[in-house]
Design a protein around this ligand. Sequence first.
Ligand code: ADP
Ligand code: GN1
Ligand code: MG
Length: 373
Amino acid sequence: MSAENMALSGIDRVAARFDAEGRLLHKKPFGNGHINDTFLLTYEMPGGTEKKYILQRMNHTVFPNPTELMENIVNVTEYLRGKIVSLGGNPERETLNVVKTKSGASCYEDDGHDFWRMFLYIENTLCLEKVDSPEEFRDSGKAFGNFQRLLADYPAENLYETIPGFHNTPARFAAFEKAAGQDKLGRASTCAEEIAFALSRKEKTAVLTNLLEEGRLPLRVTHNDTKLNNILFDKDTQKALCVIDLDTVMPGLSLYDFGDAIRFGANTGAEDEKDLTKISLDLTLFEAFCAGYLEGCGGSLTPKEVEMLPMGAWMMTFECGIRFLADYLEGDIYYKIHRPKHNLDRARTQFKLAADMEARWKEMEGIIGKYKK
Ligand code: ADP
Ligand code: GN1
Ligand code: MG
């Protein structure tokens, strides 16, 4: 039984702890996240209408301090609410809204030490696993850029680092090397080619962290997990509406947000595609996201940040590949998997995409050249 189905049986008792209106009618597992267990709950309101909520069991293996994490989310969403209201927007649709517990806490710890949280469900939205058009991808770029701009003056020192070194690629590389060296499950022989691919690129992993240390790239408040499915699109307008999955909002580089979105959205194949001939970089989508992201950032990226955008795309793709591969080698303990070797398949697509980026570096730079100030 999946973790979601196991948890479903206890949902009513957990849901009763939260300050949701009405009577719980339906509950079902929801979404395609790799980390949390997400449920859609439908309540019947006094007049007979329905209201929906998102209930999530937080992954406390991945996020060791759920209370601090929720403090980040409450503070960030309240800050965004203020900005959205002052811009004449709708804060119930354009940012996440935390539903507190009946005792006023931002999450609930059950008897089994699992932590749960609730959000208002944002109605009439679409969550995409794949880009349908360059316009749509451009719009998602604008939304992620705008998200960063809205948080530009957020007091970053008040944010907890929910996963220390989340995009510290050299540290990720060290963790991967350790997993490959230990080879606890004897899986290294099944992915020797992938391990060799990663090892031969060790030197490149420090390019961005070095620039940050040298003060040549600015630290900003970033989202850090800018997958296309971490954005909701309005069904009516088809426009990007709300940036979700705020677990990893922390100080970071703009290049992390740009790069992670490219590695997922500008890939011609799925993140877990088995047929690697389907995996490549779609340069039209690369350019579309670039245009949208720079517009959303409001022209605030420095020339060095713009110059490094291709490196951001490569770094996030490579980093994601070594994270998937390390998890495969360690026995699939971090990411949810839905089939054997799922993490290995995911690592392979990331490495194929990273290799394609290497082959098309000049083309990426040519596109970026158009956006340099
Ligand atoms: P994970 O960290 O596991 O990726 P997410 O917070 O991204 O978890 O949620 C998983 C999915 O649930 C999202 O991709 C989206 O489809 C859906 N979702 C999450 N929050 C909301 C919300 N407030 N309204 C509508 N859908 C949501
Ligand atoms: C996870 O939570 P989700 O599914 O949006 C992961 C990202 C990876 C991504 C790969 C907290 O994102 O860092 O890039 O999977 N999130 C965390 O698909 O580790
Ligand atoms: Mg998500």
